[in-house]
Design a protein around this ligand. Structure first.
Ligand code: AMP
Length: 580
């Protein structure tokens, strides 16, 4: 967006946030007047479009409720069973349902909203950092994922892949970004990443911002650089791409721009060849003004490490959005990454909020039933209160629970601002995959079946995400008991390795895809000695959990609890191969 454009968009944001209540009513009116005749809504509204009736009759649902309609459309039925506007495809979300990625309908209105949204979230950034589009290029790590073709012939792709496919994006790419399109669509993500880093280094004097969609990917890029900088420097020096990059698209793109540049290679080598990589990003890309990537939610776990590498460069989480709906923007891009709030844009969807308990104690879960709780409109939420987000969109989602818990941190004009609290029912996540307690328990059940015939029983388990090395991985703590006097030391290590594999095979689609692409490292089982889980319980009780209410956490979040288990580990086992 040109500089003269961003001020206009900021003005629009003022108007939207000032008239948030009225705009929300208009958005709902428009959605209902268009869609009241669909098979889905007819069942609840009988063709009526009043807000009151909508609130009274239309149920609050999850993906599972809408899935039969979405599956029917994917299998060739007309989309007007769910939404009036014709659909152009589906977005694939990183969440899964029954092991498969969730699909949400895409319409031309959705595509228009996505385009509009880019202007909305970039304007505050341009206001604070200047017009980066005029100043230079973005080194953004981008990876398209394969599309799925549904039986109806409609395509399903992730939101980012859909954006990369658009002709508008392809037109602006060479001017605004350092990565050629071939590296984004490269089927092997490691080849793509190597080349994107190479192009980013070759053009380092032009780079004004560095980023990716999520913090985990930026960190993955830096770690990859730590392992490959010598080779990258050699390529820059000689003007030849390493032989192991066999992807023809990447090789062609490289051949167009690479020429021997020993001076640049020496400079980069000197920077990388130092003991500490603290502040390396600043040194390698001296004109970078900020790092753009989402650092909130599950990405918080990466802030400290990212700050180490970028020393002083601001980390900017510009927006909050999901495949199902576009939600909010960060109006204060310079605020600390831990304090980011997103101001909701009332024109993007109709938003409602389900109040939830503010206390997210990891060992006690006493949440209320949804049916007992009334939904609150966007403009009526209360500061300090936590809510689960419910959206109604132009693309066939009606009172749909996104699964995110948010806390109101304040208001901008009349639009509330939210901090991301957590993903509901997600206990493990290294990147964008979402593993629930049920997913984990299913995988453990599959794996422990290997122990039973050998005379061993899995008596307790818990988990955590280990991000101390990159990429991060899932760790399971298992306490195993031998039947008939057997000691768990007698257990064949091969069986434990097999248990790790079995768990990975039993986890959901997104996990397996990420594992295959090395975004997640091998799953690990740490066998702990007898009594370890008792010691864990003693710890929680000593911290104030009532013994009668104690429920073993499925996922460990506190450092101290982790130490208790780690100090009792008697064997560590890793999955030997990717499950796909
Ligand atoms: P997907 O369904 O794959 O599009 O992923 C969307 C989900 O990613 C959201 O529902 C959130 O759980 C998470 N997410 C997206 N943006 C943010 C953000 N700014 N902060 C925290 N989590 C986010």
């Amino acid at each position: 967006m040109a500089t003269n454009g961003y001020e206009g968009v900021l003005k629009m944001i003022e108007e939207l946030t000032t008239n948030a209540g009225q705009i929300q009513d208009e958005v709902l009116r428009e959605i209902l007047s268009r869609n009241a005749g669909t098979e889905y809504l007819r069942g609840f509204l009988h063709g009526q479009t009043e807000k009151q009736l909508f609130k009274k009759n239309v149920p609050i649902v999850t993906y599972e409720h809408l899935k039969p309609y979405i599956d029917r459309i994917a299998n060739g039925e007309t989309s007007d069973i769910l939404l009036a506007e014709p659909i152009t495809g589906f977005f694939l979300s990183s969440g899964t349902s029954g092991g498969q990625p969730k699909m949400t309908p895409v319409t031309s209105q959705v595509t228009k909203n996505c385009e509009l949204f880019r202007g909305f979230y970039e304007s505050p950034v341009i206001k604070h950092f200047g017009d980066i589009n005029q100043a230079g290029k973005r080194m953004e790590l981008m990876f398209a994922r394969p599309e799925i073709e549904t039986p109806s012939g409609l395509k399903a792709a992730s939101v980012s892949t859909s954006i990369y496919k658009e002709s508008k994006f392809r037109t602006i790419l060479p001017k605004l970004y350092t990565s050629p399109i071939e590296t984004i669509f490269c089927p092997d993500p490691n080849h793509g990443l190597y080349c994107q880093l190479l192009f980013g280094l070759i053009q380092r004097d032009e780079v004004v911002t560095i980023g990716s969609l999520f913090a985990s990917t930026v960190l993955r890029g830096i770690k990859f650089l730590e392992n490959h900088w010598q080779e990258l420097c050699y390529d820059i020096k000689t003007g030849r791409l390493s032989d192991w990059i066999t992807d023809s698209g990447c090789r062609n793109a490289a051949s167009l721009v690479m020429k021997p540049n020993p001076e640049q290679a020496d400079l980069i080598e000197n920077i990388c060849n130092c003991k500490s990589w603290e502040g390396i990003i600043r040194k390698l890309w001296p004109k970078a003004r900020y790092i753009g990537c989402i650092c909130t939610g599950v990405m918080r776990q990466y802030i400290a490490e990212l700050e180490f590498y970028c020393r002083g460069l601001p980390l900017v989480s510009a927006f909050y959005a999901c495949s199902e709906a576009i939600c909010g923007i960060n109006l204060e891009p310079l605020c600390k990454p831990y304090d980011v709030s997103y101001t909701f844009l009332p024109n993007m969807a109709y938003f409602e909020f389900l109040p939830v308990e503010n206390d997210h104690d990891e060992s006690i879960d006493m949440k209320k039933n949804d049916e007992d709780t009334e939904l609150v409109d966007l403009v009526n939420v209360k500061a300090g209160q936590c809510y689960e987000l419910v959206v109604t969109t132009c693309a066939g989602l009606y009172r749909y629970k996104v699964g995110d818990v948010l806390m109101v941190s304040g208001f901008y004009n009349n639009a509330p601002q939210f901090q991301f609290v957590e993903r509901k029912n997600v206990i493990l996540s290294v990147d964008q995959e979402k593993t629930s307690e049920t997913d984990l328990s299913k995988a453990v059940t599959e794996a422990k079946a290997l122990l039973d015939p050998l005379g061993f029983i899995l008596t307790e388990y818990t988990s955590y995400v280990d991000t101390s090395s990159a990429p991060g991985h899932y760790v399971l703590f298992w306490e195993i008991k031998g039947k008939e006097g057997k000691h768990c030391k007698e257990l064949d290590p091969k069986i434990m390795v097999e248990c790790c594999s079995r768990m990975e095979e039993s986890l959901h689609y997104t996990y397996k895809i990420y594992r295959k692409r090395n975004i997640i490292a091998a799953l690990e089982i740490r066998v702990v000695k007898q009594g370890s889980f008792e010691a864990l319980m003693d710890y929680y009780v000593s911290k104030g959990t009532s013994l009668s209410q104690y429920k073993k956490p499925s996922c460990i979040k506190s450092e101290e609890a982790l130490k208790i288990l780690d100090s009792r580990v008697i064997g560590k086992y890793f999955s030997p191969k990717s499950p796909l």
